[in-house]
Design a protein around this ligand. Sequence first.
Ligand SMILES: NC(=O)c1ccc[n+]([C@@H]2O[C@H](COP(=O)([O-])OP(=O)(O)OC[C@H]3O[C@@H](n4cnc5c(N)ncnc54)[C@H](O)[C@@H]3O)[C@@H](O)[C@H]2O)c1
Length: 487
Amino acid sequence: MAIEFLGIENSDCLLYFLRITGLLLPVTNRGWIVSPSHQVRSRNLRHAASNATITQHVEIFRVRLRRSRESFRVFHLYTPLQVYEDSSASSHAKIPHRDHCVTMKKMQIVKVQTPSAQYQIFAGTGLIDTLEARMTRILAALGRKLPKRLFILTSPEIWDLWSKRILSSFTNTPTILLLPAGERHKNLRSVEKLLREMAKAGGDRSSILIAFGGGIVGDVGGFVASSFMRGIDFFQVPSTFLSQVDSSVGGKVGVNLPEGKNLVGAFHHPLAVFADMELLNTLPDRELRAGLFESVKAGMIRDRALLRFMEENSARILGRDTASLEKVIAASIRMKADVVSKDERENGLRMILNLGHTLGHAIESVTGYRKLLHGEAVGWGIIAALHLGRKRRTISEAQFDRLMGLVYLYGPLPALKLNPQRLVDASAKDKKHRGDVRRFILPVGIGDATVVEDVTTDELLEAARYMLALAKALPEQVEVKVLAAHG
Ligand SMILES: NC(=O)c1ccc[n+]([C@@H]2O[C@H](COP(=O)([O-])OP(=O)(O)OC[C@H]3O[C@@H](n4cnc5c(N)ncnc54)[C@H](O)[C@@H]3O)[C@@H](O)[C@H]2O)c1
């Protein structure tokens, strides 16, 4: 758990905090300097930013102060001071006058630790205003500096909405690369175009790419980063719900082929993920709902508490209540980070993250990636998996009803008219399959899942038929109890 002071509007509070933590001593009225004999004294501090990092912040602060009052205000408002405290959440309550610290914010920090990478995912607000300082700090911990050439990959509509806020955090404007929105642009042609733009702009091996957008920008950006000059570092700044809870975590990056989804790619982890919930303010409701199906999945496969929370708080979550969304985002990220940390390369456990994806990907491919959003296709895929789970008795009828109820709470899913056989044929290209072995993820009870390798074509066809029978009707008109009768 971390406490973060962002947007501090009360300088007394900042001063007080600096004094009790012993981090910085204010010595002149022009800025802060680091005490040369600085020692971290507070017992609450398990890990404090290194002196080098603090000095950098101080330097940025002083330079901006000298340049203009305007920049002074910006810096003053977004001083990215961060201290990590021990697990006793009460220690921040010991800071007196905390009520005067108008914008003291909690930040969720989740670690991913795999054999090939170790990084943090930050989830909270105010992150996009402090990107440069945050990246500088992360690089400093690796003994590196922010490179001369920074690239931001984003989509035009996201950039229109957020460029001012993002750019305000940078001393030098990064090179902006644009990828049009839509799954049909997640392909090798886009990758080549972006790689060439980077080469023309003078990118080299020290360049860093920031993938700022939804899952498509993250997947394409990560793949571009994995291949430019045989691999450069990148940061993820996910801007959709789905990308914050799922796609930005775990290092899977790549693009689609006409033959199937995500068939080309790499494992390439970011140096950090900054999931700023404020970005969701401009996200259309349909995108939010679609993304929530990845959290529904997270609850079903591994987190009963999340599942229950999503059952009991759907109105708040769909109404974008900040605290409720934060809870869902943090729990989903934690679940995925935990699974990825245990099985980075999807040799076993990580496969359970694909609940609903076998038929979900098939729906996307058969409909040319145009009709449904990814999360919606996964929603329908989950319904097929629940049906198969009930048939194979990995879940009881009562559990089936409960889990279907949860899916419908986050609907409506768009209606769909497809040929079941076409779906089953399309699912044969699933990346989880090995030779003739077809792998399928089944729910097990509430909050667990398993990978099975003996699902027959007939079983899959029946699950697809069941799902499509529901998908023909407008789902919001279908009662959950009626659904159970279909089995
Ligand atoms: N790598 C992984 O582990 C992983 C996991 C799950 C999904 N994915 C991939 O993620 C992709 C889907 O991602 P997605 O659902 O984020 O879709 P997306 O990237 O297509 O974004 C959805 C839409 O929202 C717009 N948008 C993004 N942020 C916005 C904002 N803050 N305000 C307003 N509009 C905004 C985008 O421009 C786009 O039009 C799929 O390609 C899927 O395969 C990858």
